[in-house]
Design a protein around this ligand. Sequence first.
Ligand code: PLP
Length: 391
Amino acid sequence: MSLDIAALRAETPGCRHVMHFNNAGASLQPQPVLDTMITHLKLEGEIGGYEAADQMEERHEAVYGSIAKLINCAADEVALIENATRAWDMAFYSLQFRPGDRILTSIAEYASNYIAFLQVARRSGAEIIAIPNDAHGQISVAALESLIDARVKLIAVTHVPTNGGLINPAAAIGTVARRHGIPFLLDACQSIGQLQIDVQAIGCDMLSATGRKYLRGPRGTGFLYVRRAMLEQLEPPFLDLHAATWVAEDRYEMLPDARRFENWESGIAGRLGLGAAVDYALALGMGEIEGELRRKAAFLRQQLAALPGITVHDIGEQKGGIVTFSKAGIDVTEIKSALNKARVNVSISGQSSTYLDMTARQLDQIIRASVHYFNTEEEIEQLCRVVGELT
Ligand SMILES: *Cc1c(COP(=O)(O)O)cnc(C)c1O
């Protein structure tokens, strides 16, 4: 069954105002997500925040089940966390490293993850090794395999980077991690809601994701998956009275499930909105969503490549929804503002958000046009017209 794009656009208020190619930044929320949040905020205003949470407890609980269905895990392996960075941090900073231990990561790794590696390496004496890419520009699974030895204590890579169409071979990496019994942490921030994700097929032990990007959920939402076998060995870097219970003067007990990575206070409206966004994606079908947005991104790449002076920067054997490009002799800020003037939303990827990758490719700033299934060919043509006319 194919997606009814006209109907999906009709229930996305933003589509009446802008041509949105910033879905890797924050996507446009569909009406059911907005309604869920607005209804809850009103309820909080009417009866009180705690009372509203009590009334919506079943819906709130169902959010865990929806996420579990989306990524094929159990509901008690899911923690709701305010963004993907903190979700990732809660997993990463739970791990202990000693001098000489090695962390294997990707060249396209996100800055926040790499900054955490640097901090932990400085404190612990662990080493960070970026796995070389293959000829397509994605993580070389053969290079990963050759790096494995007793020193490797973690494989932590980004599935889809913030700055391009690259899709790293997560399942092949998972196979290596499983074979050697090495913990595998996957940053799925850009792939969630964009690609079909099955944590069993990928074989990751931990996965972090955000709500506002390809899932089309609210800002300030995210989640962490932790495999049950892994969970029992991990003590989160922070604990509070939700993650643990103070049971005696000198003792606390952690929650038995992934909620030990959560904290007590959070925006319930956002969490309910996240659940609505996941249900929305599930109802459409992640296979349909992935197929549609990858077809459209390929169309944008093809249209851009045909324009004089344009270079498309995406690498990887398989490419997703994030399209990056630049135009010879024209500053990226000029491209972005010309597009904004035409109501076309794009963003700029700078060097520091994926430093290793950008410097290796000698890139400073590039335009990022992140395509979703609800973008139309007319919108893509309009984007190309504006960029093509710039001199
Ligand atoms: C956006 C992004 C993050 C951070 O997500 P937040 O929800 O902003 O914390 C992490 N990794 C990648 C690859 C991203 O693109």
